[in-house]
Design a protein around this ligand. Structure first.
Ligand SMILES: Cc1cc2nc3c(=O)[nH]c(=O)nc-3n(C[C@H](O)[C@H](O)[C@H](O)COP(=O)(O)O)c2cc1C
Length: 439
């Protein structure tokens, strides 16, 4: 099925495809189970995630055993067995957890961000704070820095993973100062360790802005252009620039990174946040020795913001690159249906970070099953059948007003019967009465 056929289906079956038709942990989406993947729920997943979409796929080396094909072929050449990628963060901190991710079937793993000198990275505890609605976690703040493990250790673990899982995709997330030599050294050493691609962390919202790292670099398009130029002159592997949402228009840095040679863009990193104030102690959370620093917000609450940013980058990739750049969507994804929304906007793959911290690595089976369920309901056989299908339905508010005026005028013109009792006539009386009969 083509995108256009898919769009017709989307328009034709309103009950199933409006933006609000989705399942959340704990809710029932009413979908019929289209094939035999319906009933296998992994016991290791927490209850709420396990209820999301209520289907679980069997995976072999990340590939679904049956049902609609979930393979992703990125423009950059990266081929993933499924679109679900471990987002950089705690779920990619060391060999043990990355191995677990491959064993469970994640489509790719992006390791925790590394830099050359870990001695400059000093984390604090507590460094997380949750926002709950009833008992469910809907928002998560972190003030965690990049990896505080020695680069040599991380590189040895990359090597080991690639030796054990040669067919799986391992992406290094890297971040450095405004120093060409440092970027070149980091890229060279990661490539020697065998990574398949790079994601550049231009988006960490806290920590080390004084060294112009992370978000401080990603918010400055001039700096970004120069640094992306260095990176792309050196890297022989595909490069994705990970964008910060903490900027007026995310299309600016995304355009800058793509123009400087990056094969793709990933969005979003976390949103600058203050989780709240403890009303007993009057101190902000998470409190470290009575003080805090603004952190990064993630989890379900950020999904609408992430969708808007991904939409904006997808429009740019469609209009300026004829769809020929990678787009990896991130932010609040916990179900296959969440993922479908990002893919419908044009993302090729999606990343999950906080969702793994809440529900564990087996979540990937649930994510694949939920996505397949969505695809089966619409008759989609592959992700390309519907990728970007919802993107054309964004327009300006001005256009919405014009379209609504036209629709009302058309309805008025098509109205049957008399507009008021003063319109009855003696000669046409029978015809006029007939024009208002329903059967
Ligand atoms: C505790 C924590 C640590 C993170 N560390 C990194 C990091 O080292 N590098 C990075 O690029 N993003 C990092 N992120 C951001 C995530 O990769 C992701 O962009 C963001 O959390 C939104 O996705 P999510 O809602 O699925 O978590 C971190 C997020 C969390 C929650």
């Amino acid at each position: 099925m083509t995108v256009l056929q898919g769009q017709r289906r989307l328009l034709g079956s309103r009950g199933n495809c409006g933006p609000s038709v989705r399942s959340r942990p704990g809710s029932h989406n009413g979908y019929q189970r289209p094939h035999r993947l319906a009933s296998r729920v992994s016991a290791a997943i927490s209850t709420s995630a396990a209820e999301a979409g209520s289907s679980s796929a069997d995976l072999e080396d990340g590939k679904v055993v049956d049902g609609p094909d979930l393979t992703v072929k990125h423009f950059s050449g990266l081929t993933l067995p499924n679109p679900f990628v471990i987002g950089s963060g705690p779920p990619g901190t060391n060999y043990a957890v990355m191995k677990k991710a491959f064993d469970e079937g994640w489509g790719a793993v992006i390791a925790k961000t590394v830099s050359l000198d870990c001695s400059k990275v000093i984390n604090v505890t507590p460094r997380y704070a949750k926002l709950r609605c009833q008992k469910e976690v809907i928002g998560w703040e972190n003030i965690e820095l990049i990896s505080d493990r020695p680069l040599e250790t991380m590189l040895d673990e990359f090597k080991r993973l690639k030796a054990e899982y040669p067919g799986r995709i391992l992406i290094a997330s890297i971040m450095e100062e405004y120093n060409r030599g440092a970027w070149e050294e980091l890229i060279e050493r990661c490539e020697e360790a065998g990574v398949d691609a790079f994601e550049i962390n231009f988006s960490c919202p806290h920590g080390m802005p004084e060294r112009k790292m992370g978000m401080a670099m990603g918010q400055d398009c001039q700096l970004l252009e120069e640094v992306c130029g260095w990176i792309n002159a050196k890297a022989t592997k595909p490069v994705w620039a990970k964008m910060t949402p903490n900027i007026t228009d995310i299309a600016y840095p995304a355009r800058t990174a793509l123009a400087a040679g990056c094969e793709g863009v990933a969005a979003i990193n976390t949103i600058t946040s203050v989780m709240g104030i403890n009303l007993d102690t009057l101190r902000p959370e998470p409190s470290v020795e009575g003080y805090t620093t603004p952190g990064g917000y993630s989890s379900r609450a950020v999904k609408p913001i992430a969708l808007a940013k991904v939409m904006s980058i997808a429009q740019l990739i469609r209009s300026e690159y004829d769809n020929s750049r990678d787009l990896s969507g991130i932010g609040g994804i916990e179900t296959g249906q969440d993922a479908a929304e990002f893919l419908l906007l044009g993302a090729n793959s999606v990343q999950v970070c906080t969702g793994v911290m809440l529900h564990g690595y087996p979540l990937v089976k649930q994510l694949c099953g939920g996505l397949q369920q969505f695809m089966s309901n619409h008759g989609f056989n592959s992700i390309e059948d519907f990728r970007g299908a919802s993107l054309p339905y964004f327009t300006s508010h001005h256009e919405l007003v014009r379209m609504q005026k036209e629709a009302i005028a058309a309805k008025k013109a098509a109205r049957v019967g008399l507009s008021g009792d003063d319109k009855w006539s003696g000669d046409g009386f029978v015809k006029e009465a007939e024009s208002m009969v329903a059967n």
